[in-house]
Design a protein around this ligand. Structure first.
Ligand code: ASP
Length: 597
């Protein structure tokens, strides 16, 4: 028989009990985390959000409570009335280890099926099982802690933003496509058959319109939706700290974000201070082979193209530049390990990977014969390699105007080897601003230049006239903020003039008609006195992930999706009733129907 809660009132959270509470009565409520039956004495560990407390049932002194405790199993929901006492043998492993509760009464409020995995700090259950039974997974202290830390971070962000005069404004979820470079999630309209809303990829256009509306400083903690191929650090719906300011200089926006990050990190006990360093995009790529360099370790790249003669380049079929770096202490890498590195390089787009081992017994290299001893020396010197190091050089398979393809491949190997060789100092928090991005990037799939960020990004004034003639040379007024090799966010000073905005859309290949139908309302708005403005958006999930010390976003999102974009608990996406489809005027193609069944 289950008991009712009735008028019973909790006096304390389990995890809050301490030695000072000894001698007092207490009523705690929670889940049975563990049960140990020693005959006359029965112990229950009772867990709630705050932690665990040990409860003792004594057959001799409280026979009724003891008998009842014999019925409970793991994850039953109970309320315990009793007295807090000091333990004879304290347990330093848990916060409440100095005390226990001697139970006088037990209320069994609900029973529970045996959970599919034990609810412990570290679980071995497959992630799929954890996601399917997310409510059980959530009872684990670690996930709990992450969710609470995330709340505290978001709360702090709201506080700082308010202190700095930003106003939180909600923008619509049912809207039209915002070009952020991903596919849209579409929502069919019941009222207008054949028409669709798009869920926002970001509130970009709305926040700019808020500036036109004179709001001056806007922010929002907002869900965004992008239908992209997922990875551990991407989710189809994610949360941004989105903001926009009128009349800003770039450094004003940086100052705001530095403030926000210093405060958000503080909540997690991480001390950082602004201003954060700056790096030009082209330097980041040439030095680290990435637009989001991890500065917690060195192993910087060097261009070594001139260490390869024309003849060597021809033999190795190298067209563009060659970049190299030193992997400290890796001269003992085996043939097999080097082959693995070569495979990694090739799958990252390398034409080839070339190695120099500075082993104690002598320097050897896969390219010595081709480039000669002098050039080999030059190559190792360029990378400041020392005895016992390994020099890794790569060329790229394909050259694209405006990019250092070989550096990008070398950058991936740098990250891989930096980690494998234990070079990354994980106690560091390295923030960095990246500026000087190109406005466009080449899209292999579209075979045309596309916006590197989004098409509202401002253009460096002296490059505007290259829009049509040398798009690869046009610099944007965009910037990214990077933390420990992760892109935390990006933003820009915007285009605020209608004539330039139209010119850019045309440079992107939009016809007059496409421009009008997709962005007409925005182009019109720009003509009614648009102030210079700019902003940025930061990934809240990523911030929470890094500050929780997690490697996956799913550990800081209460109800995340799998890499196949599914919610395994709610079982979505799912088929819908025919009636609903009829109301929406939608028919599912036969082959799609079959695939879904
Ligand atoms: N809308 C941009 C994004 O989501 C951020 C910005 O430019 O402010 O990346």
């Amino acid at each position: 028989m289950l008991d009712f809660l009735g008028n019973l009132k909790r006096t304390q959270y389990c995890g809050h009990l301490r030695a000072k509470d000894a001698g007092h009565d207490a009523i705690v409520m929670g889940w049975v985390a563990k049960r140990r039956d020693l005959g006359n004495l029965l112990f229950l560990d009772v867990r709630d959000r705050s932690g665990i407390v040990q409860v003792v049932f004594n057959k001799e002194t409280d026979a009724t409570a003891h008998a009842k405790a014999e019925q409970v199993r793991s994850e039953y929901v109970v309320a315990v009335e009793g007295k807090v006492v000091l333990r004879q043998k304290p347990n330093p492993e848990i916060g409440t280890g100095e005390v226990e509760i001697i139970a006088s009464k037990l209320h069994i409020l609900n029973n529970a099926k045996t959970p599919p995995f034990p609810i412990e700090e570290e679980v071995n259950a497959a992630e799929e099982t954890r996601l399917r039974y997310r409510y059980l997974d959530m009872r684990r202290p670690k996930l709990h802690k992450n969710i609470v830390l995330r709340h505290k971070i978001v709360l702090e962000i709201r506080k700082v933003m308010d202190e700095m005069g930003f106003v939180e404004v909600e923008t619509p979820m049912l809207t039209r496509s915002t070009p952020e470079g991903a596919r849209d999630y579409l929502v069919p309209s019941r009222v207008h058959h054949g028409q669709f809303y798009a869920l926002p990829q970001s509130p970009q256009i709305f926040k700019q319109i808020l500036m036109i509306g004179g709001l001056d400083r806007y922010f929002q903690i907002v869900k965004c939706f992008r239908d992209e191929d997922l990875r551990a650090d991407r989710q189809p719906e994610f949360t941004q700290l989105d903001l926009e300011m009128s009349f800003p200089r770039q450094e004003d926006i940086f100052g705001v974000i530095e403030n926000v990050m210093v405060r958000a990190c503080g909540v997690a006990g991480v001390t950082v201070s602004g201003p954060f360093p700056h790096m030009l995009y082209k330097d980041a790529v040439r030095k680290y082979g990435s637009d989001k360099p991890d500065l917690r370790f060195g192993m910087e790249l060097h261009e070594v193209t001139d260490c390869f003669s024309d003849e060597a380049k021809q033999k190795l079929q190298i067209e563009g530049s060659i970049f190299a770096f030193t992997a400290p202490g890796a001269s003992n890498y085996s043939r097999k390990q080097l082959d693995e590195l070569t495979d990694k390089a090739k799958s990252a787009g390398a034409r080839g990977a070339y190695f120099v081992k500075l082993a104690p017994e002598g320097t050897t290299s896969t390219v010595e014969k081709l480039i000669g001893a002098d050039n080999l020396k030059k190559l190792t010197e360029a990378c400041s390699a020392k005895p016992r190091d390994l020099v890794v050089a790569v060329s790229a398979r394909q050259q694209i105007k405006g990019t250092e393809a070989a550096a990008l491949v070398a950058g991936q190997l740098r990250l891989y080897l930096g980690d494998a060789l234990g070079q990354i100092d994980r106690s560091q928090w390295k923030f960095l601003w990246i500026t000087g991005f190109p406005l466009f990037e080449w899209s292999e799939s579209d075979k045309q230049w596309v916006s590197a960020q989004h098409p509202f990004t401002g253009i460096v004034e002296e490059d505007i006239d290259k829009l049509e003639t040398a798009p690869w040379d046009v610099r944007s007024k965009g910037y990214d903020i990077v933390l420990n090799g992760y892109e935390l966010g990006s933003g820009s000073i915007r285009i605020h003039r209608q004539d330039i905005q139209e010119r850019l859309f045309k440079a992107l290949g939009l016809t007059e008609q496409q421009l009008r139908s997709r962005f007409g309302f925005f182009i019109d708005a720009l003509t009614y006195g648009t102030p210079p403005h700019g902003g940025i958006a930061l990934g809240v999930d990523r911030i929470a992930m890094l500050l929780s010390g997690e490697k996956s976003l799913r550990e800081v999102i209460a109800f995340p999706k799998t890499t196949a974009a599914q919610d395994l608990m709610a079982d979505s996406p799912s088929l819908v009733d025919q009636v609903q489809l009829d109301q929406l005027g939608i028919a599912i193609k036969a082959d799609a129907k079959k695939a879904a069944e």
